[in-house]
Design a protein around this ligand. Structure first.
Ligand code: PLP
Length: 436
């Protein structure tokens, strides 16, 4: 008998052995798989219902005017309270996070020839908004926070670089203290894409309050939701005016004109991304619950971290500001993809499923990016000499691909009971030592 087996036998005899993992014939931690749910709808109640009924009963579904002498106020009130919550001067409600990104591109006047630095791991819209504006997406590697690696930004800056997108992915704030000085040094703007981290913070500041302009999504998978929806925030009155005009066919309405004081821009070609009063009403009710939802998910995540932190050798996703993290998931780091996959299959056997980083895609390896496919062959993004010469594909983001292969963890639901977070802890305590 070697020493390890000997010590194990002694421990077993003393009744203190770690329980046998289900994958090795032990009893699973849970009888049925643990299932994380969408957050926002779990908090729907009389408040959302009342706003919807008011819009129906008054017959006023459009934000700018309708029956009666006073303008409808659901979207307007949502904008006012959202700006206050995010600690910014202005907020504009729009129809989606993607619409918010396209509106932000317009506000910043991103266009043909302009380059935008984006993390290689993000949601499609971060890059497609740049392409649809005619600009060129340039991808930077992520680090072990799964956010853009601040050390991989500077060498990608050219005289044409106009913007850096700091995307706060899967609940975790990007390292703004490292990103903002790089942008300032080169005279480049910063956009915070907070779609996956609505309600999170960085060193006490709300996500979205640090960049030149920021966007949020209220799609089902995000913190608060009306199914679809989005918002743009900024402290700059001209960026807000251009955003408001772009989202409403080039004009600025009385309410927003009054908010900026004196409009300074002429009418230009815009789009229609206006939010309806139904969406505005649901979002207003959800916004008033944001701090509760964030508090619930954070405390569940903290409980799981605290329950496994002492495991020998365990390492987690890098959190640039642990207190600001939403707690969307608790990601554990492995040395190899094989270990990560063994962890996943053993956790599945415990009926406590875990998943790799999710909700985003490795943009530079997508065929439509590699092959530079746009709706029109003369689209300006990839027809310039620089656009023609830029290469995408897996060789441009090896570290991103490696990092995403080596992490997995449980999603955290704000409504998990103590029993459910205990099950997550128990399963990881059983499985992790058997994997590494
Ligand atoms: C979801 C998401 C968006 C787009 O939001 P939609 O409301 O789905 O259009 C943009 N950026 C990121 C990082 C996202 O996760």
């Amino acid at each position: 008998m070697d020493r390890r087996k000997f010590v194990g036998a002694i421990a077993a005899a003393a009744g203190s052995a770690a329980p046998l993992p289900a994958a090795q014939g032990g009893k699973p931690v849970r009888e049925k798989p643990l299932n994380a749910d969408y957050w926002g709808p779990q908090y729907y109640d009389q408040q959302e219902r009342q706003h919807l009924n008011e819009v129906l009963d008054t017959g006023r579904p459009f934000r700018w005017y309708g029956r009666g002498s006073q303008p409808p106020m659901k979207v307007a009130t949502f904008e006012k309270e959202f700006a206050a919550r995010m600690n910014t001067k202005y907020a504009l409600a729009v129809t989606s996070g993607t619409a918010a990104l396209e509106t932000a591109m317009a506000a910043l006047q991103i266009g043909p020839g302009d380059e935008v630095i984006i993390p290689a791991w993000t949601w499609h819209s971060s890059a497609t908004a740049v392409v649809r504006a005619g600009g060129l997406p340039v991808f930077a590697e992520i680090d072990e926070s799964f956010n853009i690696d601040p050390k991989d930004i500077e060498h990608r800056i050219t005289p044409k670089t106009k913007l850096i997108m700091a995307v706060h992915l899967q609940g975790c704030p990007a390292d703004m203290d490292a990103i903002l000085p790089i942008a300032r040094k080169h005279g480049i703007k910063v956009l915070e894409d907070c779609a996956q981290s609505v309600g999170g913070s960085y060193k006490g500041k709300p996500l979205g309050s640090m960049g030149d302009i920021s966007i949020y999504s209220h799609q089902l998978n995000k913190t608060i939701t009306a199914g679809e929806g989005g918002a743009v925030v900024t402290n700059d009155p001209v960026l807000f005016e251009r955003a408001s005009r772009f989202h409403d066919l080039g004009s600025i309405r009385g309410l927003h004109g009054g908010i900026v004081g004196k409009p300074v821009l002429d009418v230009f070609v815009g789009a229609n991304y206006r939010m309806s009063e139904f969406t505005g009403g649901v979002m207003l009710a959800q916004l008033r619950k944001l701090d509760r939802i964030v508090g619930d998910v954070r405390s569940n995540a903290r409980r799981v971290y605290d329950g496994i932190r002492d495991l020998s050798g365990i390492r987690f996703r890098h959190l640039p500001d642990p207190a600001g993290d939403l707690g969307t998931a608790v990601f554990i780091r492995f040395n190899t993809k094989q270990q990560r996959e063994k962890f996943q299959s053993m956790m599945r056997a415990e009926n406590v499923p875990v998943a790799p980083p999710g909700g985003s895609v490795v943009m530079p390896v997508l065929p439509y990016i590699v092959n530079k496919v746009t709706v029109h062959p003369d689209w300006p993004t990839w027809t310039s000499p620089r656009g023609k010469s830029i290469k995408y594909g897996p060789a441009t983001c090896p570290r991103t691909l490696d990092i995403l292969d080596r992490f997995a963890g449980p999603a955290i639901d704000p409504k998990y009971t103590t029993r459910e977070t205990d099950d997550i802890i128990a399963a990881i305590r059983k499985v992790y030592p058997a994997v590494v």
